[in-house]
Design a protein. Structure first.
Length: 255
């Protein structure tokens, strides 16, 4: 190796890659660098994609300089776990770093139905798919017209909810669909509306690891204590009428 050759660190990443002008590909394997030219001190990122995993077959990565092999590495494809990167220089200098790799398939995805307790209204079902978390509970808050999904996250992920219109919805004054307000731990976040029909609206919300309460606020949610509230209202009106009758001032007619 020439003495004036710049020292660089090559980071090898086997993942799904967006191919660039610097990529070389065939049907099974691709490889690319982050740039086509570097200066001393730059980090060279070498990335690639394997479209089909062949059992017990590693990817061999070789680096050549002017026709001479200067580095070689073998990488096992899609093997989850912790890795140690070790670099040595001469006999007396060695440093290490580490990282953890997980394939996308290792992130848990669950599809299920949650039965939401709506008090005197009864219950209603919410179909959901969650990735990177576990749904611990779903509750309603009728005071703000909200459905709250409480999750326990293991990673960054997303939740897709099929919201039945008869139980929760967001409408404008002209009865057309309005946007939901989505809060995660009190902070408003965007969402995507996947499908809409006369019976339900399906939305997807992305979250980060550590998030907990996902609040979907509309303009209508089934009353948690609907019948009881109506009964209290009727009793209240009757009480007001009785009180008015009791303290009514008699009118004296003048002849």
């Amino acid at each position: 190796m020439k003495q004036d050759m710049p020292v660089f660190l090559a980071i090898m990443i086997l993942s799904l890659a967006t191919f660039s002008a610097f990529a070389q590909t065939n049907e099974l394997l691709s490889v690319k660098t982050s740039e086509n030219s570097y200066e001393e001190g730059d980090t060279i990122v070498i990335s690639g994609n394997v479209t089909a995993v062949i059992l017990d077959t590693p990817v061999t990565l070789q680096i050549f300089h002017e026709g001479n092999l200067v580095d070689i590495a073998q990488i096992t494809v899609a093997q989850d776990g912790k890795y140690i990167v070790r670099a040595s220089y001469g006999a007396n200098y060695m440093v290490e770093t580490n990282f953890e790799y997980n394939t996308k398939l290792s992130v848990i995805e669950t599809t299920d139905i949650f039965e939401v307790d709506a008090g005197s209204y009864g219950t209603f079902d919410v179909n959901y798919t969650v990735r990177g978390a576990t749904v611990k509970s779903m509750i309603i808050d009728p005071e703000v017209f909200a459905l709250i999904a409480i999750v326990e996250t293991q990673d960054d992920g997303s939740i897709t909810l099929d919201l039945p219109r008869e139980s929760i919805d967001a409408k404008k004054n002209d009865s057309t669909d309005d946007s939901f307000i989505i809060l995660i731990d009190g902070v408003e976040v965007p969402y995507k509306e996947i499908t809409t029909d006369v019976d339900s609206r399906t939305i997807t919300i992305e979250f980060e690891q550590g998030d907990s309460d996902i609040e979907i606020i509309g303009t209508f949610v089934v009353p948690e204590f609907g019948s009881i509230t109506t009964l209290i209202l009727i009793v209240g009106i009757v009480s007001i009428i009785l009180l008015s009758s009791k303290y009514r001032i008699p009118v004296t007619k003048a002849y």
